[in-house]
Ligand binder design. Structure first.
Ligand SMILES: NC(=O)c1ccc[n+]([C@@H]2O[C@H](COP(=O)([O-])OP(=O)(O)OC[C@H]3O[C@@H](n4cnc5c(N)ncnc54)[C@H](OP(=O)(O)O)[C@@H]3O)[C@@H](O)[C@H]2O)c1
Length: 301
């Protein structure tokens, strides 16, 4: 398998790269034999294929590269940024996804596309893979358009929807959840944290494993993957405070989420029975994972 990975320097892409390198070294004897992985970056970085996938030229570079499997993680994932710059959000989350799906179809390559729980409205959780999407913001709309293009153009693609991610493979600062929470606790000034929107923090290391599990199974269509801990930004902050022994005194609990550029679904919990029924193990609870990552986080903070 020759993999092309978009967003290879991002929060999730870095984790996928790490695991792929490990699998290449291990020369696994299973039917998942990875011989190379080419990471794509929009900037110039040693060891990466430079391609801005929002341009014709960037797409051409990807079309000229040698791959038979594409894992597409590159996206704009900030709902507020997408709401503010709809043209930009459409170009990367929908248009570029369609171009890549089209190229994958042309060369009969496997397309693995990463999507989001924000394709759902958040009013009727938990959501199964075949539930009807109904996004409440433009980010969700653009990701849904990307999904539709992939399903229409590719034979047997995989779409994996994930919720709020955290992880350390790309460094602490790339993980909004980890870095943002520590910054809030250390800020020394009143810091509002909302306690109403339901979150299921999901570890990128588990998502990377789920991706290679699905590829190994030669799965197709839509799958959901989610952490199992039901929480909120405020409660996540309280968990951090306890594990890192930091006071919560400057954290101001907001009962209602403040107005933001983009609306957020209230509870877009993804049911992940489908992948579990295939034998993938349930992810470690958030608190346990955070305790394991504590040393690594402290080193970088
Ligand atoms: N993070 C979350 O909480 C979350 C939640 C649900 C779903 N997701 C989905 O998961 C996927 C991965 O998200 P992530 O958290 O890893 O995002 P991320 O850390 O923001 O990484 C996204 C990557 O996309 C690349 N990219 C952006 N514009 C590009 C362009 N014009 N050309 C080429 N590459 C470009 C960037 O690459 P460069 O660094 O090279 O510019 C960046 O590293 C996305 O599809 C997202 O929708 C994420």
């Amino acid at each position: 398998m020759k993999i092309l990975l978009t967003g290879a320097r991002g929060l999730l892409g870095s984790e996928i790269s790490l695991l792929a390198d490990h699998l290449i070294l291990k020369k696994t004897k299973s039917n998942l034999r990875i011989s190379q992985i080419t990471g794509v970056s929009s900037g110039k970085h040693e060891g990466f294929l430079t391609a801005d996938i929002t341009t014709e030229n960037g797409i051409e570079k990807i079309c000229s590269a040698d791959w038979d499997t594409i894992i597409h993680t590159a996206a704009w994932r900030s709902p507020d940024q997408c709401e503010k710059d709809k043209a930009g959000a459409f170009r990367i989350n929908s248009w570029a996804t369609e171009q890549l799906a089209s190229e994958a179809a042309k060369r009969k390559a496997k397309m693995f596309h990463i999507s989001t729980d924000y394709v759902f409205s958040g009013t009727n959780p938990p959501y199964k893979e075949n539930d009807k999407p109904s996004p409440v913001n433009y980010y969700g709309e653009t990701k849904l358009m990307g999904e539709k293009a992939v399903l229409k153009l590719c034979e047997n693609p995989i779409i994996l929807r994930v919720p709020l991610l955290y992880g350390m493979a790309a460094g602490l600062q790339k993980s909004d959840l980890l870095y943002g929470t520590l910054k809030a606790l250390d800020s020394g000034k009143p810091w509002p944290m909302e306690d109403s929107i339901v979150r299921y923090p999901t570890y990128t290391g588990d998502v990377a494993k789920a991706i290679f599990f699905l590829l190994k199974k030669n799965a197709s269509r839509i799958f959901h993957f989610s952490g199992q801990c039901k929480t909120s930004r405020y409660r996540i902050t309280a968990t951090f405070a306890e594990i890192f022994s930091i006071s919560m005194k400057n954290i101001v609990r907001l009962e209602k989420a403040p107005e933001t550029e983009a609306r957020r679904p209230n509870d877009s919990h993804l049911a992940m029975g489908k992948i579990l029924s295939m034998g993938f193990p349930p992810p470690m609870p958030f608190v346990e994972r955070l305790k394991l990552l504590k040393g690594e986080i402290e080193k970088e903070s």
